[in-house]
Design a protein around this ligand. Structure first.
Ligand SMILES: Nc1ncnc2c1ncn2[C@@H]1O[C@H](COP(=O)(O)OP(=O)(O)OP(=O)(O)O)[C@@H](O)[C@H]1O
Ligand SMILES: [Mg+2]
Length: 244
């Protein structure tokens, strides 16, 4: 069986009529692999996530999940198909408790998950112990690091096949950021396919199995970590077309 989970082929999309933010994007997410995506602010990275996750309908091209065309499918249907998204901004309900936030994705899918909810809940608290003592707290009252734990704990509850992760370390203390990258590694080791965007380019390159560079909505370079290491700084600078 092929280890390809998600495949984009020539995807073009945008927010308004004739303005294409993504142009002819093709990429692959494999089982147990981290695909890293790097690019400048405004390059279209988050737009790519929103297009995969069904918030934006591609104007052309196809998105296939395990061989099935999912282009234009609604997010709730994609969750059932095994896709999950940890967005750049919060996806938590700030006035609901930590426990309610955690249970919500599976409660709405009792038909599929009813038998495993309690076991998953226990496993999730064992994996993210910081949340155990905060179960009754409102999610909006948690610290930034605790809220990020809750985002990842929700993904752990769902155990998707493919997890899209946008800027997970933004605004976090370095120690918490290290923990976040460890969770992502663990997700991949459990067999999940990951698409990861983070402004920490060195970290993304170091932990990805394959790297894509996006500029102005197009994939302008891709390769293995080895291709990007060595003189990483000079190469990335050249591929991104910037000086930093
Ligand atoms: N809701 C929207 N409506 C119209 N244009 C948008 C919208 N969201 C983003 N854009 C535009 O799409 C382009 C790509 O934005 P996007 O958020 O995908 O970039 P990004 O690579 O994720 O940047 P960052 O690194 O800052 O998160 C930008 O020109 C942006 O202004
Ligand atoms: Mg973004």
């Amino acid at each position: 069986m092929s280890d390809v989970l998600l495949e984009l082929d020539g995807v073009t999309s945008g927010y308004m009529g004739d303005i294409d933010v993504l142009r002819n994007v093709s990429l692959t997410i494999r089982q147990g692999y981290i695909s890293g995506l790097i690019g400048l602010n405004g390059a279209g990275k988050s737009t790519l996530f929103k297009t995969i996750y069904g918030f934006l309908k591609p104007k052309s091209g196809t998105i296939r999940l395990q061989g099935t065309d999912i282009s234009g499918k609604e997010p709730h249907a994609l969750i059932d198909d095994g896709l999950w998204y940890i967005p750049q901004e919060s996806s938590l309900f700030p006035y609901l408790s930590v426990e309610e936030n955690l249970r919500l994705p599976l409660e709405g899918r009792r038909g599929k998950f009813g038998a495993v909810i309690e076991q998953r809940f226990d496993e999730t608290l064992a994996r993210f112990p910081i949340l155990r003592e905060k179960l009754k707290a409102q999610a909006g009252d948690l610290s930034g690091g605790q809220q990020k734990s809750l985002e990842f704990a929700k993904a752990y509850m769902v155990q998707p096949r493919v997890c899209l992760i946008d800027e997970p370390s933004i605004g976090l203390a370095p120690k918490v950021a290290v923990e976040v990258f460890q969770w992502i590694k663990a997700f991949a080791e459990s067999g999940m396919g990951i698409l990861l965007v983070d402004h920490n380019v060195r970290r993304v390159v170091a932990m990805s199995d394959h790297i894509y560079v996006m500029s102005l909505g197009e994939i302008t370079a891709s390769g293995s970590p080895e291709d990007f290491q060595g003189d990483l700084h000079a190469q990335v600078r050249e591929w991104l077309g910037i000086n930093f």
